[in-house]
Design a protein around this ligand. Sequence first.
Ligand SMILES: NC(=O)c1ccc[n+]([C@@H]2O[C@H](COP(=O)([O-])OP(=O)(O)OC[C@H]3O[C@@H](n4cnc5c(N)ncnc54)[C@H](O)[C@@H]3O)[C@@H](O)[C@H]2O)c1
Length: 452
Amino acid sequence: MRVAIIGTGYVGLTTGVCLAFIGHSVTCLDTDESKIRALREGHIPIYEPYLEEVLEEARPNLSFTSSYAEAIPDADVVFIAVGTPPTPSGAPNLEYLSQAARSIGQNGNGNFTVVVNKSTVPIGSGNWVGSLLRDAVEQSSNGHKTDFAVASNPEFLREGTALHDSLYPDRIVIGADEPRALETLYTLYRPILDQTFPAPVFLPRPDNFAAVPLVSTDLASAELIKYAANAFLALKISFINEIGLVAERVGANITEVARGIGLDSRIGSRFLSAGLGWGGSCFGKDTAALIATAGEYGLHMPIVEAARTVNSRQRDRVVEKLLQELKILKGRTIGLLGLAFKPNTDDLREAPAIEIAQKLIDRGVRVKAHDPIASERFQREHGKMGVCLCPTAEEVADGCDALVLVTEWSDYRELEWEQLAKRMRNPFILDGRHALDGDKLVRSGLRYVTIS
Ligand SMILES: NC(=O)c1ccc[n+]([C@@H]2O[C@H](COP(=O)([O-])OP(=O)(O)OC[C@H]3O[C@@H](n4cnc5c(N)ncnc54)[C@H](O)[C@@H]3O)[C@@H](O)[C@H]2O)c1
């Protein structure tokens, strides 16, 4: 099938590359011309494991453009994967979505086309995009009366494992009020649903992974599934962090507690790691958007609100722990290990490191930091904060009064801790992710403390 992807960010580029890899003819479009130029020249504007390798294999089926007139007319399916960042009210900014919908509507060639919301958008957006498309078709000067059907196909990929999640997803959700939209998307996704595509050698199909469940539903349900899924994952993290606070007071071990409850198959062990809480472009934005949508119907969401409150408290606990250890923060030097919101990505949106660094800077701390991948992006996007970026973790440790492990990159587990301890003014480490071997660190001469 011929596919256009609007928005070539973390989601759009991954989706486009995977659909091209399984044999569709894909045009990726972005209004950011520098991104398109880079992609045409073979440079990938984001860090995502295996993206480069899959893209290389899919290249014969892929093209990149900034022109709607080039991407839209021949497409059977158009995915909208533009950003939906938060506004101060909590409701997402739908400006990019509406611009994309209008441009799609103006550029149809008269054939039936399915327009798919892959961006995370509030409930009712499918209908809204439909009306924007119809208006644009009416106003279009090209004389074509394109017949559009709108579908919702929320994305569940995790940055860092995006290619794996797209090729071997837990489920595919398609919301459509018109059967022909569902049929088109079923055909498009069939190689993934039935797992009939040859797996890339570097991303082998998991054992016993034979088929992917399809949830086909109406537009509103598909839209709500995405928000409900993210809210549930967010509150699972906040739940274990709340239990962690009690564990600390009563002298219990939160890692053991999490294991003990996670082995219950009704609960599950994932997303039960206590620490400094979630970050990233989705959980904060999507929980705020869900609360805002509920508010439009006169509803409160106390559970989701509490998950957000607990998450924000975890950041303050970093400062509290450092105060307990150092008594005075003014004039201290504190090193952050990790800047990206999680390992294996360069994404810094709502990264805990930014909030923590700012809280420390506001208290007169000199903040140093290292990240194996995201330092360059940090310099570009947050250079003005005044964080001193170091090329190695060892250089961060030099003269530090404390280190904070913010992002659990696997490299940090292998550091020569004895050497690091010797380079610090005060060998203290706060492990914000329960990721390090505490006994080993203590043997290496560090005082080791966790957040729980
Ligand atoms: N990043 C994730 O892990 C993730 C996971 C699931 C869902 N989502 C959702 O997917 C959507 C996209 O997220 P992302 O992380 O890929 O965002 P992103 O910011 O990485 O990419 C969005 C891209 O859209 C482009 N764009 C904006 N307006 C455009 C327009 N009118 N026409 C063409 N291109 C345009 C931007 O230049 C940018 O490259 C969001 O709604 C997000 O909530 C993201």
